[in-house]
Design a protein around this ligand. Structure first.
Ligand SMILES: NC(=O)c1ccc[n+]([C@@H]2O[C@H](COP(=O)([O-])OP(=O)(O)OC[C@H]3O[C@@H](n4cnc5c(N)ncnc54)[C@H](OP(=O)(O)O)[C@@H]3O)[C@@H](O)[C@H]2O)c1
Length: 265
């Protein structure tokens, strides 16, 4: 098993390559029979999301290299015409299904890791900010996504199947703020913004207006409960329950503390 990384420091068994460097992808796929396909999320790009071009060309290269099976990370309920990642992953999924390769698709819900990478949006005063209202999200730990991928890549189950992956519980942002308060030993509040306020906040951070609008509208769209269901897929594929948010916070206490204090400076 080997990984493709752009930075040597990030790998152990790895090849250095870039999705935008086709020769590096051809070299990486030599002798590969099963491929785990995971790449960047939505970018502030004009027109088509870069992931569509990148992942379609990797799938084509996998066909040429004689790869048997691809396990692809998509996004929760990828749909035709959806803004940003949802619509882009849907296009890639169609390309993979039509490629003739064996395939399994993982559609994970939001990553718990977003809360330690900065994507979970701490404000300058250390609170959480968003336009989620009372929407609940069954966030998942990436370690559980990886365990599902490993099970699919090392066995025969799941060929031609799409798996909706969730954590064990749906949490509102107010509930997440409570859990962060306990983990950090200080009060973290959830500050709910209107869509227009969130667009303004994101553009003030330097994001292009269209991207900011897409993010804000998608966030608000969760109010209908689309991201709240929990599924049994992690247990079905791995034999163990997905990690709870509390277990995740306990396992990543150092990273969470560092991010939360950096955002308050
Ligand atoms: N974050 C979420 O909540 C969430 C939820 C559901 C689904 N997803 C999907 O899951 C996938 C991963 O999301 P993420 O948030 O972890 O994305 P991310 O933080 O942008 O990480 C993407 C990974 O792809 C690598 N990558 C990016 N561009 C590359 C290139 N040109 N060549 C080679 N490698 C490249 C990055 O490598 P470097 O380390 O070199 O930058 C990084 O390891 C995305 O497709 C996203 O749509 C995300």
């Amino acid at each position: 098993m080997r990984a493709l990384v752009r930075d040597e420091a990030k790998g152990r068994e790895f090849l250095v390559g870039d999705f935008d460097d086709p020769a590096s992808i051809v070299a990486a796929l030599a002798g590969v029979d099963r491929l785990f396909l995971n790449g960047a999320g939505a970018q502030p790009a004009d027109g088509e999301q870069p992931m569509v071009r990148q992942q379609k060309s990797i799938i084509d290269a996998a066909v040429a290299a004689g790869v048997e099976r691809v396990v692809k990370v998509s996004v929760w309920q990828a749909r035709e015409g959806e803004r940003l990642a949802g619509g882009a992953h849907w296009q890639i999924e169609q390309h993979l299904k039509a490629s003739g390769l064996g395939w399994s698709i993982l559609q994970p819900n939001g990553f718990m890791q977003n809360f330690i990478t900065g994507q979970g949006s701490f404000t300058a005063d250390g609170n959480l900010v968003g336009a989620y209202g009372d929407a609940a999200v069954s966030y998942i730990d990436c370690a559980d996504i990886a365990a599902c991928a490993a099970a699919l890549l090392t066995g025969r189950a799941g060929d031609g199947e799409t798996f909706l992956l969730s954590g064990p519980e749906a949490l509102t942002y107010a509930q997440i703020a409570e859990k962060l308060s306990v983990a950090l030993g200080r009060t973290v509040r959830y500050v709910n913004l209107t869509v227009d306020e969130l667009i303004a906040a994101l553009t003030a951070q330097g994001l292009p207006p269209q991207f900011a609008e897409d993010v804000a509208v998608l966030t608000q769209g969760l109010a209908g409960g689309i991201a709240a269901p929990t599924t049994t897929a992690v247990r079905d594929l791995t034999g163990h329950s997905p990690r709870t948010f509390d277990e995740f916070l306990a396992a990543h206490h150092g990273a969470l503390t560092a991010l939360a204090s950096a955002s308050r400076r």
